[in-house]
Design a protein around this ligand. Structure first.
Ligand SMILES: Cc1cc2nc3c(=O)[nH]c(=O)nc-3n(C[C@H](O)[C@H](O)[C@H](O)COP(=O)(O)O)c2cc1C
Length: 200
């Protein structure tokens, strides 16, 4: 089991280009099942997923997010040609993916505290739980022969995403996962373990 697991962990790559083939519903369900089996704080499972398959929803979301990206970059005084390239890249990434899964968190079932410090930690535990679920989903995608990539863009425009998709009020967008059959292959390295670990 360890060898199989390590093969899956080390051969998974962030894949950003896909064939146009749709992702079958049973594979979507398998990925989501893998996601909800991630550990979560108090086992409250604060994860929520918006599955986006239709072209019209992808385009509406990409346009709304692109508008916000453009406004943010204009406020930063980024040159117009750089803004246009960034907005176009974002549009292509979102509209060309056969499947999008927006990963959100909800504090609905988490504990609440009267003081901001403990409340922030509780929220952070929900963020951590959601990230673990997304990692399970990415690994399941890879194991099923799919490619996927995490896009952090929703963190920068959560209200735009929430309003465009008419998400429940408690859903906080965390990441947009683009998913499909790979049309590229990638290699990546990691820093030596010794640069990341200290034994005490
Ligand atoms: C929290 C997080 C945010 C990321 N955001 C983006 C992103 O916005 N766009 C993107 O193309 N990749 C994004 N990635 C993917 C990373 O670039 C990728 O995981 C990293 O380069 C390592 O490559 P690998 O996944 O192929 O091992 C993100 C990954 C994580 C974990």
């Amino acid at each position: 089991m360890y060898t199989e697991l390590m093969t899956c962990l080390t051969t998974r790559r962030s894949i950003r280009r896909y064939t146009p083939d749709p992702v079958p519903p049973d594979l979507i369900e398998q990925m989501l099942t893998a996601a909800v089996w991630a550990p979560s704080a108090h086992n409250r499972q604060p994860l929520r997923f918006a599955v986006i398959e239709t072209a019209v929803t992808k385009q509406t979301l990409a346009a709304a997010m692109g508008q916000q990206l453009q406004a943010d970059l204009q406020a930063d005084d980024v040159p117009p040609h750089v803004i246009a390239a960034d907005v176009n890249r974002s549009w292509q990434r979102i509209t060309q993916a056969p499947l999008l899964i927006l990963v959100c968190l909800s504090m609905a079932d988490m504990d609440s505290y009267p003081d901001p410090a403990r409340q922030r930690n509780e929220w952070l535990m929900a963020v951590q739980s959601t990230a673990l679920a997304a990692q399970n989903l990415l690994l399941a995608a890879h194991a099923l022969g799919l490619g996927a990539c995490w896009m952090c863009a929703p963190l920068f425009c959560p209200d735009v995403v929430r309003q465009t998709l008419i998400l429940p009020d408690d859903w906080q967008p965390q990441a947009l996962l683009t998913i499909g059959y790979p049309a590229e292959s990638k290699t990546k390295t990691r820093q030596p373990l010794s640069t990341r670990v200290r034994y005490y």
